[in-house]
Design a binder for this molecule. Structure first.
Ligand code: COA
Length: 424
């Protein structure tokens, strides 16, 4: 038995934010029924395609453990099936542009009237306000949520991060909202709306920068490199390069081989309690008692000098040698792992962080496993569905359509390909 077994999700999501949420719910055992437009499906199926004729990795890596039904919800017959799904399911998840669901006739009021227990979960770019009607993609969310203005180097342009904090970050928030609403329903017997704005989700992940904005009003941010460099602060939180966002100063330092390997680097943290060990390790035992280096506060104006000295030590070792030596002394650090190193990491495969999946059109591929491990609800990652692969069985088994009704639907064109023939 899995944690969400018995919960049916009407998955009306596309691209990344919504699908990342429903994939998590599927991994916890919910029956996730993905509704897709006949003939086309989720736009990501053919975005960044690497194997001709096969669903892209973009799609497959966001839609595991789901079923797919094709339905043209702009036809009366298709819309009628959608309403049958609303009556049957526990949660409707959608991330269409603002207003799209209402244009199909699905408002909170009509959904709640049809199925009072249904939870309606939506991702939009912005919450209520001036921008609520705007369409939003990942990098837009990173820009308006405070991530871009605080990422990168002080003298460079704002930067977006490789982590999809706008899309998958919002999907994670939405999934928590959904299971929370499911729990409240066990008491109230009623569904509710769950709304997550991408701007808000990114901001939630950038909270330390809102912290710094308020600290800045009371004086310079002394743990930022520019403080030690004597560069004055403006009125907004600056980009801090690779300075640590927490109270323990850290930097990315070169390791042996950095001249040719773009990832021969290590993140080094000068954590207070291990400072004396660091001094011994790098051959500066006098720094343990020197007034400029002995305390975390005294060290702040000297961070550039300190990290330059530590880097002389890291540059004499590979990132893995440095990691081993530092961890032996409980000094926190992190080698900069390339995606190639991560993909080939046996330990990550053994733990299920990375899994290999077989797909009928593309063969074997790697994907990310469920990072949330429930001891009584283990996740087995299964491949994403082909477009419309489960149309027939969902109509029959979930909605109870008779063979004659299924035939009539097929003739209407509302479900696309003939029954039993999954489009590829
Ligand atoms: N059958 C018929 N029509 C369907 C359908 C189906 N099965 N599924 C969707 N559609 C239609 C909708 O009714 C809508 O049509 P309408 O605009 O005529 O009412 C349309 O497809 C949905 O389009 P939209 O959401 O506007 O897609 P888009 O490609 O233009 O925009 C986004 C994509 C992501 C920018 C937009 O959906 C958005 O801003 N979403 C909210 C924020 C978000 O999640 N962004 C991150 C995505 S990773």
């Amino acid at each position: 038995m899995q944690a969400l077994e018995g919960i049916k999700i009407l998955d009306f999501t596309h691209v990344q934010s919504g699908p990342s949420c429903t994939q998590l719910l599927a991994w916890f055992g919910a029956d996730v029924i993905k509704v897709e437009r006949p003939g086309a499906g989720d736009a990501t199926r053919d975005q960044l395609q690497d194997v001709p004729g096969a669903d892209s990795l973009y799609f497959t890596m966001l839609n595991h453990n789901k079923r797919s039904i094709t339905l043209d919800t702009k036809t009366p017959e298709g819309l009628a099936v959608l309403w049958r799904l609303v009556a049957e399911c526990d949660v409707l998840v959608e991330n269409f542009a603002p207003g799209a669901l209402a244009r199909m006739g699905l408002t909170w009021e009509t959904i709640h009237a049809a199925n009072p227990r249904m939870i309606l979960a939506s991702v939009k770019g912005f919450g209520p306000g001036d921008y609520e009607h705007c369409k939003v993609y990942e990098n837009v969310a990173q820009c308006v949520g405070g991530a871009a203005s605080t990422t990168g180097f002080r003298t460079g342009t704002p930067m977006v991060t490789g982590a999809q904090i706008g899309d998958s970050g919002t999907g994670l928030h939405l999934a928590l909202g959904i299971v929370t609403a499911l729990y409240q329903r066990t008491h109230s017997g009623l569904g509710q709306r769950v709304d997550c704005a991408m701007q808000d989700a990114v901001l939630n992940l950038c909270r330390v920068k809102l912290r710094d904005q308020q600290r800045l009003e009371r004086g310079p941010l002394k743990e930022y490199s520019q403080f030690g460099e004597g560069i004055p602060f403006g009125d907004a939180v600056p980009r801090a390069g690779n300075d640590s966002g927490g109270g323990q100063p850290g930097r990315i330092l070169k390791c042996k081989g950095w001249e040719t390997d773009p990832n021969a680097y290590l993140y080094f943290i000068t954590q207070g309690p291990v400072w004396e060990k660091i001094c011994d390790l790098i051959g500066e035992p006098d720094w343990k008692t020197h007034p400029d280096y002995a305390t975390p506060k005294a060290r702040l104006p000297h961070l550039n000098e300190i990290f330059t000295r530590i880097e002389a030590w890291t540059m004499a070792r590979t990132k893995f040698e440095a990691m081993e030596a530092l961890n032996a002394l409980h000094i926190p650090c992190g080698p900069i792992l390339s995606m190639k190193e991560i993909a080939e990491d046996e330990g990550l495969r053994a733990s299920g962080a990375i899994v290999e999946v077989e797909h009928p059109a593309r063969g074997r591929y790697l994907t990310v496993g469920n990072p949330i491990k429930l001891s009584a609800s283990p996740t087995a990652v299964t491949r994403s569905p082909l477009l419309g692969e489960h149309t027939d069985e969902i109509l029959r088994d979930v909605l109870g359509y008779s063979p004659a009704e299924c035939e009539a639907l097929a003739r209407s064109g509302a479900i696309g390909a003939p029954l039993g023939v999954a489009a590829e």
